[in-house]
Write a protein that binds this ligand. Structure first.
Ligand SMILES: Cc1cc2nc3c(=O)[nH]c(=O)nc-3n(C[C@H](O)[C@H](O)[C@H](O)COP(=O)(O)O)c2cc1C
Length: 354
């Protein structure tokens, strides 16, 4: 469990926002696999929310299957972040997260994201306004958190001091991606420095993030840094069941038995892809969008599925969701038969041995 202000999460494992990937369908898919304590929307532009931009409102969409849902906002010191936060609360957010880590030029040059790491006094004033607005609007029900990198570059390791100062003005958890802004996504996440942020805050939870791609990494990161939770991004795109596996490991305590951890079969993975298509059918803004999403996803999923070139090709060339469904259904059928045969073989073998 993980307590973030008044919000109690069932699991200390969080799905990271990944713009263009962690949409409503994918968040629900990961939650259904198990082990996800919180998932957030991708970064939302505060002005676009208040202007009613159709694209941004789509990104902000959530529902009962996507609970508890955080909404992540970005903006600079002049942007209407407090107002956008109130809007988010009215539209289902159970937590407001401020993006202080996006390195992409479009965002970090003028609109916010990692820009907020460059002028900490202004960031403090902005955050104070957001925290106050959210407190008033929600009656203290909704926590405000920040997601940051270590700093802009190695010469500016601001995360420990910034996290401590943010705590003093009411931020209720901090997520730290262990890279510098100038690194974008290159190199390795520096987990040791995440530990320095944990040591700097008084009592709020720090959530470690960066390069967690195996369930065991969750244990390693928590042990090394003492962080209270772990956020997983790209690892979940490949294996959405990683949260369930990591939670099982965590629940085993000091003597985890990795062989006992849930290991999805080939059939399970095919069924999960089918479920993802179903969710896209229900929640994607258009069939075109759903097709595009699944074409990119199959590349991630295939990384753990062995030789499935014909399935990848069928998904890539499908002209409708119905075609995609029929392609995956035939693989489900083949995998079910295969599993049945294998069961029988094991059965016969067992009788023979007996
Ligand atoms: C394509 C892409 C888009 C991302 N979009 C966001 C975003 O919208 N908000 C955010 O806070 N972080 C974003 N991130 C950063 C991730 O949340 C996470 O901090 C980073 O990928 C490191 O974690 P990982 O190694 O588990 O993926 C993005 C990362 C990638 C690769």
């Amino acid at each position: 469990m993980l307590q973030i202000g008044p919000l109690l999460l069932d699991s200390p494992l969080l799905l990271a926002p990944i713009a263009g990937h962690c949409d409503l369908s994918f968040r629900i898919l990961c939650r259904e696999q198990g082990g996800v304590g919180l998932a957030s929307t991708d970064l939302l532009n505060s002005r676009a929310i208040l202007n009613g931009s159709a694209k941004t409102l789509e990104l902000a969409a959530t529902n009962d299957l996507d609970n508890p849902c955080g909404m992540q906002l970005y903006g600079n010191y002049e942007d209407p972040l407090p107002e956008a936060a109130c809007w988010a609360i009215d539209h289902g957010a159970k937590l407001i997260d401020i993006n202080m880590g996006c390195p992409v030029d479009k965002v970090a040059k003028k609109h916010g994201g990692s820009l907020l790491l460059r002028d900490c006094p202004s960031t403090m004033r902005l955050t104070e306004r957001i925290v106050e607005a959210v407190r008033k609007h929600s009656g203290g029900r909704i926590p405000v958190t920040a997601k940051m990198r270590l700093g802009w570059d190695r010469e500016h390791f601001v995360a420990p001091i910034l996290a401590r100062d943010l705590e003093s003005i009411g931020i209720q958890a901090v997520t730290v991606h262990g890279r510098w802004t100038v690194q974008f996504f290159s190199g390795k996440a520096d987990w040791e420095r995440i530990g320095e942020v944990v040591a700097a805050v008084k009592s709020i939870p720090v959530i470690g993030n960066g390069d967690v791609t195996e369930p065991q990494h969750v244990i390693d990161l928590m042990r090394l840094t003492n962080c209270a939770g772990v956020m997983i991004g790209r690892g979940a795109l490949r294996t959405p069941w990683i949260f369930r596996q990591a939670l099982e490991l965590l629940q085993m305590g000091d003597n985890p038995i990795p062989e006992r951890v849930f290991a999805p079969s080939f059939l399970y993975k095919c069924q999960m892809i089918r479920r993802h298509i179903d969710l896209l059918t229900q929640f994607a803004p258009s069939e075109r969008h759903a097709l595009h999403t699944m074409r990119s996803r199959i590349a991630w999923y295939s990384k753990t599925m062995g030789p499935i070139k014909p399935l990848k090709e069928a998904i890539r060339t499908a002209l409708s969701l119905a075609e995609m469904v029929s392609a995956i259904d035939s693989w489900i059928e083949m995998a079910s038969e295969d599993q049945e045969i294998r069961h029988k073989v094991v059965g016969v073998g067992a009788e023979f041995l007996g």
